[in-house]
Design a protein around this ligand. Structure first.
Ligand code: ADP
Ligand code: 5GP
Length: 191
């Protein structure tokens, strides 16, 4: 994957429920030069999610069309839905001098890392335990019994990949975890 937009980007990767959205939102608030790269997905919007802000919510056919047209930098299946990083988003942000922030699952993150090398910093957010992950997902109230089970199964598969990323941060206490992530991003964008 060598034909990609030029620039530097930040990848946050974590099993679902680890707190990466929470951490990513704080980063976006603290660093005006960092902007969220809105992905395309075939999953349904959750309560409060907006099209074009949280995701571009696409039909399966529209997603496939974008795959055909090489519209994704990478894309993967996750818990029965498809998710992909849009070239158009990354390109637009980089051209405007921003650092795109990607919130992607493990396989997608590894692909982006392979593609961007040292122009990418990857941070794996780890939950303190699978039990705590389960508690957080239940508390978030976003999952059915079935999707909860799928996400926990996937988390068990993904956790061993933590060491493949540039940094691993355990999100036990949110303030402590966020401070670590902030320091990593600060030094990456200052470089
Ligand atoms: P992800 O984006 O990784 O799926 P979220 O950011 O949505 O995760 O977090 C999952 C849930 O856990 C949310 O309800 C969030 O408020 C909560 N949460 C995040 N970090 C912590 C933490 N350190 N301790 C307790 N709850 C947390
Ligand atoms: P959720 O349904 O909880 O929003 O996201 C499920 C998983 O898909 C998360 O791990 C999230 O990081 C990942 N994801 C979101 N967008 C993308 C993307 O563009 N590409 C890939 N590979 N994964 C994504």
């Amino acid at each position: 994957m060598n034909n990609h937009p030029e620039g530097k980007l930040i990848v946050i990767v974590a099993p679902s429920g680890s707190g990466k959205t929470t951490i990513a939102k704080r980063l976006l608030n603290d660093f005006p030069k960092v902007q969220f790269s809105v992905s395309g997905t075939t999953r349904d919007p959750r309560k409060g999610e907006k099209n074009g802000v949280d995701y571009f919510f696409l039909s399966k056919a529209a997603f496939d069309q974008k795959v055909e047209n090489n519209g994704f930098l990478e894309w993967e299946e996750y818990s029965g839905n498809r998710y992909g990083t849009l070239r158009s988003e990354v390109d637009k942000l980089m051209k405007s001098g921003y650092f795109p922030l990607l919130d992607v699952e493990v396989k997608g993150a590894l692909n982006v890392k392979d593609s961007y090398g040292s122009d990418c910093v990857s941070i794996f957010i780890q939950p303190p335990s699978i039990d705590e992950l389960k508690r957080r997902l239940i508390k978030r109230g976003s999952e059915t019994e079935e999707s909860l089970a799928l996400r926990l199964k996937r988390a068990e598969k993904d956790l061993p990949y933590a060491s493949r990323f540039d940094y691993v941060v355990t999100n036990d206490d949110l303030e402590t975890a966020y401070k670590q992530v902030k320091t990593i991003v600060q030094s990456f964008i200052a470089d």
